[in-house]
Write a protein that binds this ligand. Structure first.
Ligand code: FES
Ligand code: FES
Length: 156
């Protein structure tokens, strides 16, 4: 097992590109993506794993990037909302107006994408359960649900 201390130059594979970044072992993937790679799609919300605004894909699985250390992402594929710009999930959120202030939207899009990859035929309760890890303070969820349904239809 490699052990890291102090500052380290490491390579991260994000949205299909290699990025060489200098990080401390204690830095979260969220702060590295935003502050060192310049990807501000993942948002800083609770920084406690509760809100889902920071959701990204790590080797295809949705994770809260505020709870993942950068060193844990070495050798894995990271995808942020910026890497999903031509997907049904992103298109559907735009078309259905699945947002108001937009702060939660990147997390919802990433998690919707992951849901439709994992369970393309998800029923209502599966969709609600899957997306319960993401919180929105603005929309009342109605248009978010419409966007998820629309993305699911587009993918078929
Ligand atoms: S900022 Fe990561 S879950 Fe809220
Ligand atoms: S659109 Fe504002 S928090 Fe969801």
């Amino acid at each position: 097992m490699i052990s890291y201390s102090g500052y380290n130059s490491v390579e991260l594979f994000v949205n299909g590109e290699n990025w060489e970044v200098i990080i401390k072992p204690s830095e979260t993937l969220l702060s590295i993506l935003r502050d060192k790679i310049g990807l501000t799609g993942p948002k800083v919300g609770c920084e406690n794993g509760d809100c889902g605004a920071c959701t990204v894909l790590l080797d295809g699985q949705p994770v809260k990037s505020c709870l993942v250390l950068g060193v844990e992402a070495i050798g894995k594929s990271v995808v942020t909302v910026e890497g999903l710009h031509k997907t049904e999930a992103q298109k559907a959120f735009v078309e259905e107006g699945g947002f108001q202030c937009g702060y939660c939207t990147a997390g919802f899009i990433v998690n919707t994408y992951a849901l439709l990859e994992e369970i393309p035929d998800a029923n209502v309760s599966e969709k609600v359960e899957w997306l319960s890890s993401n919180l929105c303070r603005c929309t009342g969820y109605e248009n978010i649900q419409k966007a998820v349904d629309s993305a699911q239809r587009m993918k078929k």
